[in-house]
Write a protein that binds this ligand. Sequence first.
Ligand SMILES: [Zn+2]
Ligand SMILES: [Zn+2]
Length: 430
Amino acid sequence: MTAHKHAQEPATSVVVEKGEFWTANAIFFIAMHIIGLAAFWIKPPSTLPRATLLMLPLLWQAAVFGITVGYHRLWSHRAFRAGTPVRVALAFCGAMGFQGSIKVRCLRHRLHHRFTDDPVHDPYAVTRGMFFAHMGWIFWKPSYPRMSSIGREDLDRDPIVRFQHKYYVPIALFSGLIFPTLLGALWGDALGMYLYGGVVVRVIVWHCTFIVNSFAHWNGLQPYSDEVTARGNMLLAMLTGGEGNHNFVPRTRTTRHAFPHDFRAGLRIDEWDPSKWLLLFLHRFGLVWGLRRAREADISWAVKDMRRREEAKAQGLDPDEVCNGSDTDEGEQTEWNARAPGRCLLVIDGYVVDATKFMGDHPGGASLIRNYAVRDADKKLPSGQERDVPIGDWREATWAYHGGLNNHSRAATRRLRQLRIARFDDGPRS
Ligand SMILES: [Zn+2]
Ligand SMILES: [Zn+2]
């Protein structure tokens, strides 16, 4: 697979009204940076004992895994399943990242996936400028008008998520600052471990995570999809436990942003993804299971589609015109019965779509699909009564599919076409 670098214009900055200045957040964030810098003067790194120096990368990696494996792949995207011991460890390590509770961070992240680059609804939209996407968003109290459309049942069901949310502040302060200090006390360097293992590592973890939202949406490569600003880059991947492969990572537009529910952020041997390696290791010992992978057919289609677009661009042609309709696979037309119980049918673009087998794969969650499904298709009516709508009550899902709730990707639209089972006579063709 060849990945071509894009010579794209940076996204234009958009002026969006900011909310109220978040003083407490700002003071804490800036104070951590000042103490982190002062550490180099109070206790220069050359004076640190070897045990402290060895512990720093481990503490950094623990927090990064807490965010990438726990907050991101497990709780935000349900890319795998894990038992209580692993979830407790990930909730503890994730709190070390100082990025809010699992619940808060995951809901915000789901918004980012659903409204990527939307200057109003993407919490860290790069279209509002690099600084805003990186850390500017921290300084303003957010309102998130579309938050109610984001699924949260899975988070509310998990007792570990509920506990961590309720006691987030003490857990974060303990895991991120007190725990490293206590460790340091074991070898007589409580101050060094507080300053470096606590404050400095916290600041570094922040920026390593934030570059996924800023630089990973700005530079790098787009082997899987060019529909959003999400990009991949080896250096970013190394700093971010693999998440820098951001073009693949979480989002249906084609896997991280292209295939978000996949437990991997990088597929190829040269794509650095230690979070994936950790998951494969835990899987070997039965500590995690149900590792989800995007369908091979979807990935290879996405790669081919990007290649076709590159070639079209190189020839000075409009990639949309060249690629649209190049994939006419509409799926097998099979006989079906709308009244068959247990089916999950949707109406999108004038077509009836059978999402029954797809629900578990839907990156936005099955409940979202169910909200738009045809209801009571199998309910018996009293004899002599006719239905107004032949297949039951239904909410038109076209609006939700085309940007109302999520702007779906080309790969998603291709999959949708394969799930079509019937067309309304008066329905528009797409
Ligand atoms: Zn992103
Ligand atoms: Zn994600």
